[in-house]
Design a protein around this ligand. Sequence first.
Ligand code: SAH
Length: 464
Amino acid sequence: MKKNDTAVVEITDIGVNGEGIGKVNGYALFIKDAVIGDQVEVKVMKAKKNYGYARLMKIIEPSADRVEPKCVYARKCGGCQIQEMSYKKQLAFKEQKVRGNLERIGGFAPELLDEVMEPIVGMESPFHYRNKAQFPFGTDKEGNPVTGFYAGRTHDIIANTDCTLGVPVNQEILEIILEFMRRHGVASYDERTGKGLIRHVLIRYGFTTKEIMVCLVLNGSEIPHAEELLEKLRGMEGMTSISISPNTERTNVIMGNSYEVLWGQGYITDYIGNIRYQISPLSFYQVNPVQTEKLYSLAMDYAELQGGETVWDLYCGIGTISLFLAQKAGQVYGVEIIPQAIEDARRNADINGIENAKFYVGKAEEVLPEYYESFAREHDGKTARADVIVVDPPRKGCDETLLDTIVKMQPEKVVYVSCDSATLARDLKILCGNGYELKKVRTVDQFPMTVHVETIVLLQRETL
Ligand code: SAH
């Protein structure tokens, strides 16, 4: 096929980004917004030798799994990829994606996976689940300030203050800010010229405490007539923290390096289970608190702690898993590369009165091997041991040096939390080739309507 060709296609598969895949005489077409089971008319946009990309022109026969999206911008917006797929199908797709990677990349037998894969943990209500949103500001053709989301793969702003993944207070806050900007002629930042003041707003909401944080990211250091804006925002029930974060760099990075509190506290408080967390504008915090609690409860179940165990939590962020597990462990060690996150982790341990969690700043693949070596030096060559090692790496997965050290430390259990099932499968293959057995795999849907998927795995040391 070539560019601009049209065709009628039956969608028979789903690609990794949630796009539909259909074949025309063996030639595969990737079609964004087409749902498996649809019969669609498409136009080829880009043709390669063996496959191409096509645009969905018309749905001839909708799939039984196609649903009316809740958000009218679902197709254009880059935030959601699969809102037009029924939630049930989304869950099946995610589970299948993890399974496929474990088979293909991990080399695990289908019979084993049948045994160890537990049903995906979905949400009862898969909308309005995000406790954090960062809205970019821009200017429409008439010169009015607008805010919303970027269209897929671009920086064009789709004006929309009512995102279906965010919490309802977002809209009220955004409307207050837009109204204020219009009244005082405060301009949105323009990426092309580097002019204008308001770049983004970060909104965070504590699902259990109902506390609200607003942090405006500025191309500058102050907002003219700020008092008036504060007055309005302060009036909202639950408002706890209003701040600014100056960011005058010409960059895609959203937040500045620092923030200044304009009103209230510099943080909001929220809970996961019974652990309390203070979250500042620059802290990392899980965005779906409902599913996070389920994920951490699974980590707790998988670890089967009795009270005296030594646990390592690698890639610990602000210590969320560490503190959760510390409630039942003897001693927990957390390792994280970002110094501020470790500061948060230590403070969170403190405010919860947790004394058996110790945190290290550094790369997991350096801190753990160094610990292992120095332990041997100080203890006449004895091996440093751990009962449970938890890893929760970013998408690229674990470094091989780290996996080597884990194998040497021979923990009874390894709990692997992953946001990329391809690197997960790769790493599991290494661990399972070195004395570990795959015991449990469970996918947790932390990000409904998107193609992202979180997986938790239990590995057990083989008894010789
Ligand atoms: N377990 C945490 C965070 C997981 S996200 C939670 O559940 O909240 C992954 C974390 O790994 C991030 O905080 C990131 O900063 C950190 N990270 C990335 N590379 C790392 C490395 N090489 N060593 C240690 N931490 C790393």
